[in-house]
Design a protein around this ligand. Structure first.
Ligand SMILES: [Zn+2]
Length: 332
């Protein structure tokens, strides 16, 4: 929790500047929000996912729409999901998993992510696994910005995956920021999709804040749209596969300026197929994952509301609702 507070202290100024754009420029907000989704060949969509599967749960519809328009789509995964110990037990069919079991789980999860991305027509060259530690993103941006972090799950102090963007990079916030920035500068996205800092999962909140800070420093924060995957217990509702139902904003983020992004029947089918690739996650969370296949996705043009920033409610909200964030990533 300390790291979360630290991050918010550091980001207060950037968030306020961004929110000034998103709120005081009200006539432009609507226009900008409605522009999102009208992809063209010269667009480049970058999806920033804290873990393998987030990109599909949040954004499979937008990814397909962009590719159908001829736009480039890239996905960058901040972590490889190597902290989900309960899942590793099931996948490995062993009681004692240890660090090697979690490293192996992460390799499988990266393979699943690559297959899901392929189903959504994202080119292999535009899939970037950064390999930072599951459950440690807020720590990297806080107390381990410069001091290497050791994953309590894998024991790693540096990116341990040969298929990662920069294998061997020490687990520091400085390196994470550098790698994400390098991907952004390489892809030159016209749109970036990132988690809102109102998401209930700490890795998601920290990732959202990292994207805000990075895009703000590049002067392109207005090109970010925000999604949510962990909206609190019971969200999305109904659970399971209900592709004709609407995805409504969760209570914890319902005041954000959400834009409905309607999916075609074919897009919903492909989203369900891409989710189906995540066999390791479906072992425990199929009902949760399939509940994202609905008639629409939702994107917000603002990460937070001005009142939330002014009163630091983000930190308080995080503290109050960490009941869900304390659980393994997908068990929500
Ligand atoms: Zn996640």
């Amino acid at each position: 929790m300390n790291s979360t507070c630290t991050i918010h202290a550091r980001l207060r100024q950037a968030l306020c500047a961004l929110l000034l754009v998103a709120t005081l420029g009200a006539p432009h907000v609507g226009a900008a929000a409605s522009d999102f989704g009208r992809f063209a060949r010269n667009d480049v969509l970058l999806v920033v996912a804290p873990h393998p599967d987030d990109e599909t749960l949040c954004c499979a519809g937008a990814i397909q729409r962009a590719r159908a328009a001829g736009a480039r789509v890239a996905i960058v995964w901040i972590t490889s999901g190597d902290g989900f110990e309960l899942d590793a037990h099931l996948v490995e069919h062993r009681f004692f998993i240890g660090t090697q079991g979690l490293l192996e789980l992460a390799r499988i999860r990266m393979q699943e992510a690559a297959r899901a991305a392929q189903l959504l027509a994202v080119a292999p060259a535009e899939q970037f696994f950064l390999g930072y530690p599951d459950g440690g993103v807020a720590e990297l941006l806080g107390s381990h910005h410069d001091l290497p972090y050791r994953s309590p799950h894998t024991g790693a102090v540096a990116v341990p995956y040969s298929q990662a963007y920069l294998p061997g990079a020490a687990y520091t916030g400085t390196n994470l920021e550098r790698d994400l920035r390098a991907v952004i500068e390489r892809m030159q996205p016209t749109w970036v999709l990132a988690p809102t800092p109102l998401d209930a999962h700490e890795d998601h909140r920290a990732t959202g804040e990292l994207v805000i800070r990075t895009m703000e420093s590049l002067g392109r924060a207005a090109r970010v749209r925000y999604w949510i995957v962990h909206g609190g217990i019971g969200w999305p509702w109904p659970r399971g596969l209900h592709p004709e139902d609407a995805l409504l904003p969760p209570r914890r983020a319902r005041e954000l300026p959400w834009q409905d992004f309607a999916l075609t029947s074919a897009e919903r089918d492909a989203k369900a197929s891409a989710i189906g690739v995540y066999e390791t996650q479906l072992l425990l969370t199929s009902s949760f994952m399939l509940s994202f296949v609905k008639r629409n996705e939702i994107y917000s043009s603002a990460p937070l509301l001005p009142a939330l920033v002014q009163h630091d409610i983000v930190v308080k909200t995080a503290a109050a609702e960490d009941l869900t964030a304390s659980l393994p990533h997908a068990v929500k």
